[in-house]
Design a protein around this ligand. Structure first.
Ligand code: SF4
Length: 680
């Protein structure tokens, strides 16, 4: 039986297992070359046991010199500068490919030296950049093909084991492939074979430049998921043309950045796009690599079933660089999950920031965090173990405990609820947000493995905690009590059922049939979706009705979106969901729309009557009939334990939302940093 952990081959190159790190924008390079930060970031990932690392975004076009801090191979001077990168990766036993890219119409002119206009097969406007690119001439196309070939030659000299051509997600090759963006009437436009010509000619030139010395692969969309663009059937045909042109493997992912089918968010089931690669694999003899919202279980299935030859992981290796080794050893519980939140990775890179990871506070900081011996705080054993008492088993409390326990401290957590997770339990309550639970489970199991003692249903008082310190039961106290929901001072008439969104999410509060949610931030929107989905078709019912074609697709679609409650959201700011990252916000707002949940933005709730809510925007006044009001008006730190203690002892610390309410990522990072500072 094929397994993910057995060696695989691409062309003549042997790779120690079937796990591949996807090309990603990280923002750690400086001036097109790897920084110390890049080197350590990749070294740590290579050391985690991955078979192949594809280094993303290596630019090839000297006419379009990217200002972003990614890697360049558009001229010879970069060859030597990229060598340290391939060396560190090889030293840790992994193979490394360079992904050669031209962004075409996906680049803004401001991203290029000298503000050069972006180029594309045809001058088709894109909402991604709000610019219209210039159409490439035939001579320029041939020149670009040469640029790719020359860059591949430099990659070989820099020590890369292979090159991958980026034809996925709607970048330049993808723009040539699509009838939506390729309107050319010369030999590079027209039918599918002609639209593939730029790519097939490039493959041939690249192969000529590198000979048999290294494999040449192509990453492509298995379906563009854009109406009128290439489907999976088209992708299968394209893959055959690429194989004929000499490609050594096809790496398949999902659709374009412009797709209205979510590609990267938490609501995608793990491995959902596996069928795209499976269909392509049935058409070609060369290896197929499959990625996109991959987790280890989906990857194992894919390889064992023979639906792909390699599994490509992007964000999972940000969340846990050691997951390949842990999985190979069967230590699945020890893998820190990527929860598809995008908070630290894609949302950062889309706003021009270096990437991070919500769950992994070390991601991208490996160089900054390591000590003189090259060890991270989690790898250093203390010579002076302390007894640490943590109050609160939410994300911050458990992350603090995990890191401190790894250092050898003796940690106990008191939690007033009957279980762990804190606000992570609320975050995972709305539909398609359950991955937050996996993070809570990971932290809990990691703590238990490390010997952290959990005391549930354990209330703490300031006096008792001081006694713990005074009697030497604890050397330090860490207050990680989280936040509590804010209650806005809205004049209210008796008779209206008014509850907190947190209580709805926790299943502690009943709501009626006509609900007004006060607050259109993440919590308000997620709670509105949770309530709006009540009464819609369940996944099991959908499967049954589809399987027997009991209803037509339009009826099923309508049943998926028609709940039994009437929900309305009121937000005082001019936009709802301001605290939700760019990659996820549009999906949440789209879900509200599909569920028929109106959002009144720019309105203030002026009064709650017994049967309606009065809202006002300037002179505009609306009355919203309601039987329940759900408050989602932000949170405030729960520092009631910390305040009486901090004056009395220097051994009391506060962390996470209890200090400053923020995102889960902030809580985890502050907890990691506090534990790291307690350190030795
Ligand atoms: Fe995954 Fe979220 Fe980390 Fe990105 S930030 S790698 S989506 S857990």
């Amino acid at each position: 039986m094929k397994t993910l952990y057995a060696p695989g081959r691409i062309g003549a190159l042997e790779i120690k297992n079937r796990m591949v790190m996807a090309p990603m924008v990280d923002g750690f390079g400086i001036g097109g070359v790897p920084s110390e930060r890049s080197l350590e970031y990749f070294r740590v990932r290579a050391a985690g046991g991955i078979g192949l690392i594809v280094v993303g975004n290596v630019h090839v076009d000297p006419e379009h010199r990217h200002l972003k801090p990614e890697f360049h191979l558009y001229e010879d001077s970069f060859t030597e500068k990229l060598k340290p990168l391939t060396e560190v990766i090889h030293k840790e036993g992994a193979r490394v490919f360079a992904q050669l890219i031209h962004q075409g119409r996906y680049a803004r002119s401001s991203e290029y030296e000298g503000r050069v206009q972006a180029v594309a097969p045809s001058a088709v406007f894109t909402g991604m950049t709000r610019e219209t690119p210039r159409e490439l001439t035939r001579e320029e196309i041939l020149k670009l093909e040469d640029n790719f070939a020359q860059a591949a030659g430099r990659a070989l000299k820099a020590g890369f084991d292979g090159v991958e051509l980026c034809a996925n997600s709607g970048y330049l090759f993808g723009q040539f492939l699509s009838p939506l963006t390729n309107k050319r009437e010369d030999s590079y436009g027209g039918d599918l074979e002609s639209r593939t010509l730029f790519l097939t000619e490039t493959i041939r030139k690249v192969k000529k430049a590198v000979g048999d010395k290294m494999p040449v692969t192509v990453r492509m969309g298995g379906n563009d998921f854009v109406s009128g663009s290439n489907t999976n059937a088209d992708a299968c045909q394209i893959a055959c043309l690429l194989e004929k042109a000499g490609a050594d493997a096809i790496s398949v992912t999902g659709g374009w950045h412009e797709s209205r089918v979510p590609q990267v968010t938490m609501d995608l089931p793990h491995g959902v796009f596996g069928y795209l690669g499976k269909n392509i694999k049935q058409q070609v003899k060369i290896p197929v690599m499959m990625g996109n919202r991959m987790d280890i279980f989906a990857a194992e299935r894919l390889i064992e079933q023979g639906d792909a030859d390699f599994a490509v992981f992007g964000r999972p290796i940000l969340a846990d660089p050691e997951f390949p080794r842990k999985a190979a050893q069967g230590r699945y519980d020890a893998i820190r999950p990527c929860i598809g939140c995008n908070q630290g990775c894609l949302d950062h890179s889309m706003s021009g920031k270096a990437i991070a990871c919500l769950g992994n506070a070390e991601c991208g900081r490996e160089y900054e965090l390591k000590d003189r011996e090259g060890l991270l705080p989690t790898q250093v054993r203390t010579e002076n173990p302390k007894k640490l008492l943590v109050i609160g088993a939410g994300a911050a409390g458990m992350e603090f405990a995990r890191v401190a326990a790894m250092q050898g401290h003796k940690v106990t957590i008191w939690e007033k609820e009957e279980t762990y997770g804190g606000q992570l339990r609320l975050a995972c309550a709305p539909p398609a947000r359950e991955d937050f639970k996996y993070l809570a489970d990971y932290l809990y199991k990691a703590c238990v493995r490390l010997g952290v003692k959990f005391c549930f249903n354990r209330q703490a008082s300031a006096g008792e905690l001081l006694r713990q310190l005074g009697e030497g039961e604890a050397d330090k106290l860490v207050i990680a009590t989280g936040a509590c929901p804010a209650a806005p001072p809205i004049p209210s008439e008796a008779g209206m059922v008014t509850v907190q969104a947190w209580d709805v999410l926790a299943g502690r509060a009943e709501t009626g049939k006509e609900i007004v949610v006060v607050g259109g931030g993440a919590v308000g929107i997620e709670t509105a979706i949770l309530m709006g989905e009540e009464g819609t078709l369940t996944p099991k019912a959908l499967r049954f009705l589809m399987l027997y074609r009991a209803e037509d697709p339009d009826t099923l679609y309508s049943l998926l979106n028609r709940g039994s409650k009437k929900v309305t959201v009121v937000e005082m700011q001019d936009k709802a969901g301001r605290d939700i990252g760019k990659t996820t916000r549009w999906i949440m707002l789209d879900r509200l729309k599909k569920l028929g949940i109106p959002v009144h933005t720019g309105f203030i709730v002026t009064e709650i009557k017994k049967d309606r809510v009065i809202i006002q925007r300037g002179k505009e006044r609306l009355e919203l009939p309601a039987d329940t009001v759900v408050l989602a008006a932000g949170s405030k730190p729960d520092d009631s334990l910390y305040e009486p203690l901090r004056e009395k002892s220097s051994q009391v610390f506060i962390v996470g939302d209890a200090k400053t309410p923020g995102k889960v990522m902030d809580a985890i990072r502050s907890a990691y940093d506090l534990a790291a500072s307690i350190g030795r």
